[in-house]
Design a protein around this ligand. Sequence first.
Ligand code: HPA
Ligand code: ZN
Length: 326
Amino acid sequence: TAISPFVQGLPKVELHLHIEGTLEPDLKFKLAARNGVELPYASEEEVRASYQFDDLASFLDAYYEGMSVLLTAEDFYDLAMEYFRKVARQNVRYVEMFFDPQAHTSRGVEFHTVISGLRRAQIEAREQLGVDSALIMCFLRDFQAEYAMATLLESLPYRPWIIGVGLDSDETGNPPAKFAAVFAKARELGYQLTMHCDVDIADSAEHIRQVLEDVRVDRVDHGTNVLEKPELVEYMASHGIGLTSCPISNTWVSDGSKVGLLTELDKRGVKVTVNSDDPAYFGGYIAENYQRVVDEAGVDKETLKRFARNAVDISWAPASLKERIA
Ligand code: HPA
Ligand code: ZN
């Protein structure tokens, strides 16, 4: 993708980025060699060629398989540092990044190992690259709510390092309401709340209703399905509840980039933002995602600036930081 000078120069804030989704094939091979992990691929090219997803499930298979090389705190540090170096070059000022502790604790890697590696990278990124960041702990919705609750409690010693909680992985059959108690507890503990809500399934409208009315999240990840419920579009607009859209990701695991829906929501007063989801798997970091919005819908510069400004507004950064990154 050719990135226009305007998109390149736009100061950017990323609010929907799975750090495990930034694991590029070359780092995957490097970490596999370092850790003595055998990969079912002979080369980086073979890995890349296998990234052909036609739905969320096929992506998630590759995503979780890739994590087998992440074992030590240094691995998580390297993963995050590579990401920060890349996006510093895309004029990214601030990132609220998801991490999936259960994708690691479920295979025997300790919570502390994961978060201490990420934390060290965050500190270095701020000092050396001028990129600020915060962590959002995601629960895997295809696991039981009890495991999410246990993970929430396990996070407490690291409470100051984590800004909020989210919900990701396979949405089919795993509605927001399944985690209502976990999220109520998280709110009590002072965490900000967000959830993925984006499936193209029959229950889509009911899921977005639960996210907004029952769980009462502070923002929604993806969430363009809110258009199925006009009264909820109005609710999001009037309460300043924004959504984090990921155009390139949507072309792989959803039914299209949804750029047209973004401009519709923007017109109706919802705070829309542009993000990258799992850039190593979907082939585009945040600048490529902004560029996609331009290339596909000819969105003008004022609108792009508004999307970028929305990300500052709906971020959970303290006021002093918001001023610095705007
Ligand atoms: N959707 C749902 N869960 C995820 C994703 C995604 O795009 N990336 C990582 N976990
Ligand atoms: Zn996501």
